[in-house]
Design a binder for this molecule. Structure first.
Ligand code: GDP
Ligand code: MG
Length: 171
C-alpha cells in the first residue's frame, strides 16, 4: 500500500500502544514533522510515561500543531488517538487552518498488540489498557470519514505496516 498524503496534511496515527506508530513515524517522516504525546510528556516532566503530565502534553501538542498547520507544514500526530473526543480536538485545529486531515489506522489483531506490549523495553501497559484501546480502535474506521477525515488508510496486519510506503502530492 502506498499512502498518499497532501503536502500540507495533518496525519493522525491511530492505534493501541505497541502497534508500531512511533516506529512508522520515524521511518517515513522528518523528526520535526512528528508531534508525539510521549515527547511532549518528556518535555514537561522529563518522563515520557508520566501520565500526570498528559493534560500539559496535549496542550503543548495542540499548540505546536496549530502553529505548524498555520504555516502549511505537514504534521504527524503520534498518539493513540483511539478516542473520538481526542480526534475531535485535532480535527478542529486542522479545520481552523483549512488543512486536510488524514488517518492512518494501525488495526492490528489484539493478540499482536498484547504480544508487542508485553515485549516492549520502554513501557509495558496493563493488558486491560491494550484491550480497551483495541476495542475503541476497532470500532473507529467507519466513523472516521464522518468525523472529518478526508482519507483513511487502514493497515490490517504487521506485514502491511512494514510494507507501507508514503508519497506526498501537491505543493
Ligand atoms: P507505538 O506504541 O504504537 O508507538 O509503537 P512503537 O513504534 O513504539 O513500537 C512498539 C514496539 O513494537 C517496539 O518494541 C518496537 O520495536 C516494536 N515494533 C514496531 N514495529 C514493529 C514491527 O514492524 N515488527 C515487530 N515485530 N515489532 C515492531
Ligand atoms: Mg509510540
Amino acid at each position: 500500500m502506498t499512502i498518499q498524503l497532501p503536502a500540507a496534511a495533518m496525519v493522525v496515527l491511530l492505534g493501541p500502544s505497541g502497534t508500531g506508530k512511533s516506529t512508522f513515524a520515524a521511518r517515513h517522516f522528518l523528526p520535526t514533522e512528528v508531534l508525539s504525546s510521549d515527547a511532549m510528556r518528556a518535555m514537561v516532566a522529563d518522563d515520557p510515561n508520566d501520565q500526570d503530565a498528559t493534560d500539559a502534553a496535549f496542550e503543548l501538542l495542540h499548540t505546536a500543531l496549530g502553529f505548524r498547520l498555520a504555516r502549511g507544514r505537514l504534521t504527524v500526530v503520534d498518539a493513540t488517538n483511539v478516542e473520538a473526543w481526542a480526534r475531535a480536538g485535532l480535527l478542529a485545529i486542522a479545520r481552523r487552518h483549512g488543512v486536510a486531515a488524514v488517518a492512518v489506522v494501525f488495526d492490528l489483531p489484539l493478540d499482536v498488540c498484547l504480544e508487542r506490549n508485553a515485549a516492549r523495553s520502554d513501557r509495558v501497559l496493563p493488558s486491560r489498557a491494550i484491550r480497551r484501546q483495541h476495542a475503541l480502535m476497532a470500532t473507529s474506521p467507519p466513523a472516521l470519514g464522518k468525523e472529518g477525515f478526508e482519507s483513511v488508510w487502514r493497515l490490517a496486519d504487521a506485514g502491511s505496516v512494514s510494507a507501507a510506503a508514503v508519497e506526498r502530492f501537491g505543493r
